[in-house]
Design a binder for this molecule. Structure first.
Ligand SMILES: Cc1cc2nc3c(=O)[nH]c(=O)nc-3n(C[C@H](O)[C@H](O)[C@H](O)COP(=O)(O)O)c2cc1C
Length: 272
């Protein structure tokens, strides 16, 4: 019988100043409200992203910030694996209220998070990658950075912040330029790649990794242990999975971690 287990110590790594037991994490959307979080470390997850959280509840999508904060506040620190909180805006918020939505979520969740993700790749909201949102987006990114600086000033804590963008949509490069200018701590590069498009995704990831100069978390289409090592080899510091977990079950983490550990051992022997 194969039993799930925590990520092996050989996979431990530090990214954005945080210690990760392993590089494979849970993508946002699976544990929207943080209720599953305590059961994730024993399965081999290296980190988990809760949310996306919106300020107000939304039918079938979000219980709202207050409900999620109440759940996350029960988990003792230090967390066994880094806990990211993905924040977003309510669907009905007009673009003029976007900054306030993101700020409200940031202010209400940073205490419970090890890092914060600004989800700009949401499928349900407006396509924030479109040029007409560029100024609004700059406003959101700048306001979030100001808030990060305030947290550091007033609480002495640097809370890493990453931005999730969709690599397969247009205008991603302009968006990444904004992220770089604002000096975020990292980027989640998502894609809706279908089977057979892996080489395109890898090439795009390699290109962004060469030029971006900050840690990349790759997500989208990662199903097999080989997919994980391919993304890491292409320049991702960490990866996230969602559909692969649904399709292959919770032991997929065990298989991915085992594959990485044997690769790590081989690499060490090759260096001798
Ligand atoms: C049902 C569902 C809900 C999702 N909800 C969110 C969400 O709330 N926030 C977010 O950033 N991504 C969300 N995602 C996107 C995932 O985080 C991930 O980027 C995407 O599923 C691609 O990864 P995969 O190929 O491993 O599934 C959702 C995905 C699915 C399938």
């Amino acid at each position: 019988m194969v039993l799930a287990s925590e990520a092996p110590t050989a996979l431990r790594l530090t990214v954005m100043g945080l210690s990760f037991p392993g590089p494979v994490g849970l993508a946002a959307g699976f544990d929207k409200h943080g209720t599953l979080y305590p059961s994730l470390p024993p399965l081999g997850f290296g980190f988990a992203e809760i949310g996306s959280v919106t300020p107000l509840p939304e039918l079938r999508r979000s219980h709202g910030l207050d409900a999620v904060a109440a759940i996350l506040s029960r988990y003792p620190r230090p967390h066994p694996i880094p806990l990211g909180v993905s924040i977003s805006m309510n669907r009905k918020t007009p673009s003029g209220g976007m900054v306030e939505d993101y700020l409200a979520c940031l202010r209400g969740s940073w205490k419970y998070a090890d890092y914060i993700t600004l989800n700009l790749g949401g499928r349900l909201g407006p396509d924030l990658h479109l040029p007409e949102y560029r100024d609004t987006l700059r406003g959101v990114l700048a306001a979030a950075k100001n808030e990060q600086a305030r947290i550091l000033r007033e609480h002495g804590l640097h809370r890493p912040m990453v931005v999730k963008v969709d690599q397969t949509r247009g205008y991603t490069n302009a968006l990444l330029d904004c992220v770089r200018e604002c000096s975020f701590d990292g980027v989640i590069l998502g894609s809706d790649a279908r089977k057979g498009e892996e080489s395109v995704v890898l090439a795009s990831l390699e290109r962004v990794a060469r030029t971006l100069g900050m840690p990349i978390i790759s997500v989208g289409g990662i199903r097999t242990p080989q997919d994980v090592s391919d993304r890491l080899a292409a320049g991702a510091a960490l990866v996230q999975i969602y559909s692969g977990l649904v399709q292959s079950g919770p032991l997929s983490l065990q298989r991915m971690n085992y594959h990485l550990v044997t690769g790590v051992r081989q690499e060490r022997m090759d260096c001798r």
